[in-house]
Design a protein around this ligand. Structure first.
Ligand code: SF4
Ligand code: ZN
Length: 293
């Protein structure tokens, strides 16, 4: 299939404009994982801002998870930020005395589920404390369609309703999330990275079952269903995504329970419990370090 760089970029610029992902004065932190999706997000946002009258700052953000390859990855991301001429903010899980593998072993839960809790917390708090107005992620069309289908079928409707190009929160401590690649397929991103010679980190997370945070084996089945349907129904992926966004924009805010969020009694961050999941992990780590449990 022919890949046209300008057509691809123009599609993503239209997404940014149509859904008003950026406004004057924004400080957008881009989550950089070293993979193709996050570098494409950075490249697209930077190119858009450079060629638009909108004044916004782009900053790189990386979370060092404390795995064997994490320091090497952190250096790789720092170099990307130097090459893109942007500030780089690094947060390290070990600075909070957290060891994801140790907690996972103790709780008998997959490392990825602990990692998810830590990421949700630090990718909101650290950028916000460093002046971010928005947080951009590299989730793309295929990620979201699989995520939508899986959560809808297993009745986790709350998650399905979060599929939007821009997720704003009524809670002042939760950053607005933007997803500039929501209409970009995995294949298009691969082609873009190749054609633009964008740097990607050669090693994958040891807990991933494939590229990126591919952690659920059921994902493969849903991917197959989507690819097959896309081969039968014209423009299926794009049209499906338009419909999901239209539906979620109309109804999702009425169906989600975000307004019930409280603030953690220990750290003050948003949570649905008295003490947030992150603070409970910190507490558990202290106990594990002292071997009191
Ligand atoms: Fe975290 Fe993703 Fe690695 Fe799982 S695969 S441990 S979620 S970075
Ligand atoms: Zn807390």
């Amino acid at each position: 299939m022919n890949f046209d760089i300008l057509t691809f970029e123009s599609k993503l610029f239209k997404t940014i404009e149509k859904y008003r992902l950026i406004k004057n004065g924004d400080v957008i932190f881009v989550g950089l994982s070293g993979g193709k999706d996050s570098i494409t997000t950075l490249r697209i946002l930077q190119k858009y801002v450079e060629n638009s009258p909108i004044k916004a700052k782009i900053t790189g953000f990386h979370l060092n998870l404390g795995f064997d390859y994490s320091d090497e990855l952190e250096n790789f991301v720092k170099e990307i930020c130097v090459n893109f001429n942007i500030e780089c903010i690094i947060s390290k899980v070990r600075d909070f005395n957290l060891n994801l593998q140790q907690i996972s072993k103790y709780k008998r839960r997959p490392v990825c589920s602990i990692c998810g809790q830590v990421k949700r917390y630090l990718m909101n708090k650290v950028p916000r404390d460093n002046g971010a107005t928005k947080f951009a992620t590299g989730h793309h069309l295929d990620d979201f369609l699989i995520f939508y289908m899986k959560n809808f079928i297993y009745k986790n409707f709350e998650w399905s309703f979060k599929i939007l190009p821009k997720v704003k929160s009524s809670n002042p401590k939760l950053l607005t999330k933007i997803r500039p690649l929501i209409f970009a397929s995995n294949e298009e991103i691969k082609n873009y990275v190749r054609s633009q010679n964008l740097p990607t980190f050669p090693k994958a997370c040891p807990y991933s079952l494939g590229g990126g945070c591919f952690t659920d084996p059921r994902t493969l089945k849903f991917r197959e269903v989507i690819e097959k349907t896309n081969g039968i129904v014209d423009n299926f992926k794009q049209e499906m995504m338009y419909s999901i966004i239209t539906f979620n924009n109309k109804f999702a805010s009425k169906l989600t329970r975000e307004d019930n969020l409280k603030f953690c009694s220990l750290c003050g961050e948003p949570t649905s419990n008295e003490v947030c999941a992150f603070c409970r992990l910190i507490d558990l780590s202290k106990k594990l370090a002292n071997r009191s449990i």
